[in-house]
Design a protein around this ligand. Structure first.
Ligand code: FAD
Length: 419
């Protein structure tokens, strides 16, 4: 039996049950990644959906995955096309019986899956869970409260007590790739022509891909034990270690959140738990919450804004020309690196929607375009949470001057990015 494993936001070889299943059940497995042309679309606000920073991280992650697969004698087939065209071509050229993939409930990804199922009823489709601890189908959508605190009180114990095991990957069965590899793109093609080098001041001086993600766990938990002071440092603005920096790998799947939770608990068992090690799990629960908020509200997460889009004000914000140095420093960091701390994100978002009274969707799309950790649920729900739009009726306004005096008292963040 010939199969395709369709990699999407799961660019790794650990905790990947559907890939394992494909390898066990098939005589040939084609590992496939589609560089979807919609990545390069322009948003309604005039900029691309994927800036160079985001593409560079994706390229690194694909390179890493390709190397890992090659170690097993497999290769990654990379096709740049609309997913419909990619599958049509693949099914025409090769006899494929089954397509395996990790589930993804985000709107566009779900539409892709539905299209495949409808258009190829003769194929079998097999999926396994996504990169979250909670499986949405275990929840009654109406039981999910819009308030994080209510959600946490109800489901935190379940979240913290979830056990995780990952059997080793056995790729022997799949060592017969009957594929014309010449048709495959090199991940390098993703970044050809792009002029982008990450800035040496970046708070995220790491590489995309599973290998770097696992190294970061080793460093952050075990070697430096920075996790022990996470709660005290997490609102800082400069440097690689004030927060965990796991988000980019979680977003494109170089790192499984179940493995991460397992490692945090292992660390606690070995070295003791404290408020900080708990707090890292607490923050990861926000990530779960926002996925379930989407599960409950669906497209409301992208709902039209109650504010208007002011092109000039938006461009000043986007190009770090507002005149507010704290905000301009944050936006400069985003533009030059594709990363921004949580504290800076909150302030930048609040400034756009509350101080400039601008449509939150322009800001959310801009973050989507730039962030190397762009995650549809966390991004859009955080924007609505601050703006008081869509799923969330309460606004969260950040007093920028107060925040700057609290978190950038000596102006080192502003100096780092503006001097
Ligand atoms: P840590 O502080 O080390 O947190 C550990 C992990 O907890 C993170 O990796 C992340 O998975 C999770 N987490 C922490 N805070 C949040 C939060 N507020 N919401 C959801 N999950 C959280 N995060 C994304 O992963 N992708 C996004 O696209 C994204 N967009 C955002 C947009 C806005 C306007 C705001 C205010 C926040 C956004 N966040 C997003 C949440 C948060 O800012 C980042 O997860 C965090 O800064 C990533 O750095 P870290 O991994 O070092 O975080």
């Amino acid at each position: 039996m010939n199969s395709v494993y369709w990699f999407r936001k799961d660019l790794r070889l650990h905790d990947i049950p559907a890939f394992k299943k494909a390898c066990l059940e098939s005589s040939t497995v084609i590992p496939l990644f589609i560089i979807n042309e919609s990545l390069f679309d322009k948003t309604a606000y005039g900029f691309t959906r994927s800036a160079a920073s985001k593409l560079l991280f994706l390229y690194q992650s694909l390179e890493d995955l390709k190397k890992s697969l090659q170690d097993f004698g497999l290769d990654l087939l990379v096709i740049k096309a609309a997913h419909q065209e990619a599958f049509k071509e693949l099914f025409t050229k090769h006899h494929i019986d089954k397509v395996y993939f990790s589930e993804d409930i985000a709107h566009e990804e779900k539409q892709q899956e539905l299209w495949l199922r409808q258009n190829f009823p003769d194929k079998k489709f097999v999926s396994s869970s996504d990169n979250y601890v909670f499986n949405h189908s275990d929840f009654e959508a109406s039981s999910i409260k819009n308030s994080f605190t209510s959600f946490r009180k109800k489901f935190e114990n379940k979240f913290l007590s979830t056990e995780f095991t990952d059997a080793p990957l056995d790729l022997k069965a799949a060592l017969n790739p009957a594929i014309d590899w010449q048709s495959s793109l090199n991940p390098q093609d993703l970044i050809s022509g792009l002029e982008f080098e990450s800035d040496p001041r970046s708070a995220f001086p790491f590489y995309g891909g599973e290998v770097s993600a696992l190294a970061r766990i080793q460093y952050y938990l075990y070697e430096s034990q920075k996790i022990k002071s996470y709660k005290e440092t997490r609102n800082s603005l400069i440097g690689a270690d004030f927060s965990s920096k796991f988000s980019p790998w979680l977003a494109n799947g170089g790192l499984s959140v179940k493995l991460l939770m397992h490692e945090i608990k292992k660390f606690e068992a070995e070295f003791g738990s404290n408020q900080s090690s708990y707090w890292l799990k607490f923050e990861l629960l926000w990530r779960e919450f926002f996925k379930l908020i989407y599960y409950k509200h669906g497209l409301k997460l992208f709902q039209k804004s109650t504010r208007t889009f002011d092109k000039n004000k938006f461009q000043e914000w986007q190009e770090a020309r507002t005149g507010n140095k704290f905000i301009d420093a944050a936006m400069t960091e985003l533009n030059l690196t594709g990363y921004m701390s949580n504290r800076a994100r909150q302030n930048a978002a609040s400034y756009l929607v509350h101080d400039l009274a601008c449509d939150y969707r322009a800001g959310a799309y801009y973050f989507e375009s730039r962030l190397i950790d762009y995650d549809v649920f966390s991004n859009w729900a955080n924007w609505q949470y601050i703006a008081g739009e869509g799923y969330n009726a309460n606004t969260h306004i950040f007093d920028i001057e107060f925040q700057q005096n609290l978190y950038d008292k000596d102006a080192s963040f502003r100096k780092t990015w503006l001097d």
